[in-house]
Design a protein around this ligand. Structure first.
Ligand SMILES: NC(=O)c1ccc[n+]([C@@H]2O[C@H](COP(=O)([O-])OP(=O)(O)OC[C@H]3O[C@@H](n4cnc5c(N)ncnc54)[C@H](O)[C@@H]3O)[C@@H](O)[C@H]2O)c1
Length: 364
């Protein structure tokens, strides 16, 4: 039987590229056929680990690979736009990691390039695919909680694994840019995509001021049309491994979800063992080993869905237009934290180069 799986080229070869390669291998509709990354040996090693046929040092070579139908962009944020526009120009579908880009103009350029080429501009927000969170939304949509008036999404850990995250020139901001984008996309999707009407936010740099001018803790409240509130809290200043959770409150009920400790085996070990979970500090003493980590996050489901979209079997559940809205909320959130004001939406940041430029740390 012919292999009808969608050929996926991964740009980037480290943390998220590894997640995507593993996730694609768990699905049925996509196949990683190539990987590109500029550091000699890295793409080759990733390819070796997952049986990917070709590796390249320059992503442009990957775009010329005839087997690549969908380009999954897992490179630093400041490169997303350049790579996405080049991929669309080469007639390839695009799946871009969060946050979508650095500016609204870049988001528009990416969407327009994909529209012009007649390819999908997919936004890789896996929380829309997270099984536990999807179950909570299914219950909310069935009326389990009455009128939902508050959705909280929290994602915290002790700080990123790669240097570029700390450099706002490459990342565009601190933890709000890095993980607030998840929470805002989640709340918007969970509530049925109502228009956001205003945002208030508070940010601070409490632990990592030596390393970055970005914020390492952030709290934002988004008011949506219809009256519901999204609360998004993020931290790079929270020790003890990754914490990703939601709370949903309605007029007739509520639910809580927790992707790490709530899905883990509470464990005590004198000697430790291999791996507990993302950014867990160790495995000796008390720890909370997760299982089926990628599946519980929704990465395989996300990549399989994207492959099915490329084959025309499904309509995209999350696109560049969602990524663009999140980008606007990022700018508005930094503006709110910088000024202490409630910022109405839509918000035009003007020619601001990076979301974080609208905020500065009072601690620096
Ligand atoms: N969805 C999620 O939960 C999630 C998790 C982690 C990271 N991400 C996103 O994925 C992206 C990558 O983050 P990461 O954690 O993998 O970072 P990383 O530093 O671990 O990996 C970045 C990769 O990009 C490569 N790269 C750098 N310059 C390049 C270029 N010019 N062309 C091609 N590749 C280049 C690097 O060599 C490296 O392989 C970021 O946008 C990040 O926000 C998403």
């Amino acid at each position: 039987m012919p292999d009808d799986r969608v050929g996926i080229g991964i740009v980037g070869s480290r943390f998220e590229a590894d997640v995507l390669a593993a996730a694609i291998a768990m699905g049925r509709h996509g196949r990683a056929v190539a990987v590109a990354s500029p550091t000699p040996g890295n793409a080759e090693r990733l390819a070796g680990r997952y049986g990917i046929e070709r590796s390249y040092l320059d992503y442009r070579q990957l775009l010329d690979d005839p087997a690549v139908e969908l380009v999954a962009i897992a490179a630093p944020n400041h490169l997303h736009c350049e790579i996405a526009v080049a991929a669309a120009g080469a007639g390839r579908h695009v799946a871009v990691e969060k946050p979508m880009a650095m500016t609204l103009a870049e988001c528009d350029e990416m969407i327009e390039a994909c529209d012009r080429a007649g390819v999908h501009c997919l936004y890789a927000e896996q929380l829309v695919f997270t099984p536990k969170y999807r179950r909570a939304k299914e219950m909310a949509d069935q009326g389990a909680f009455g009128e939902v008036f508050l959705v909280k999404q929290t994602e915290m850990h002790s700080g990123p694994h790669a240097d570029w995250f700390w450099d706002v020139e490459k990342s565009g901001g601190g933890v709000f840019m890095d993980m607030g984008c998840h929470g805002m996309a989640f709340c918007h999707w969970f509530l049925g995509r109502p228009d956001p009407i205003a945002i208030t936010a508070h940010m601070g740099t409490h632990v990592h001021g030596e390393k970055t001018r970005g914020e390492d803790h952030s709290l934002a409240l988004i008011e949506f049309a219809g009256g519901a509130i999204g609360q998004v809290e993020n931290s790079w200043a929270r020790f003890g491994g990754m914490d990703d959770r939601i709370e949903v409150y309605g007029s007739e009920g509520m639910t809580y979800g927790n992707l790490q400790m709530g899905n883990a085996l509470p464990t005590y070990s004198e000697h430790g063992y291999g791996y507990a979970g993302e950014k867990a500090p160790g495995t000796g003493g008390w720890s909370y080993p997760v299982y089926e980590e990628l599946w519980n996050y929704g990465f395989p489901q996300e990549m399989d869905h994207f492959a099915r979209c490329v084959r025309g079997l499904e309509e995209p559940r999350v696109t560049g237009r969602d990524g663009r809205l999140v980008q606007e909320l990022l700018f508005a959130g930094y503006q709110a934290a910088g000024t202490g004001a409630r910022v109405p939406l839509p918000f035009d940041p003007g020619p601001t180069a990076r979301p974080i430029d609208l905020w500065f740390s009072p601690l620096q």
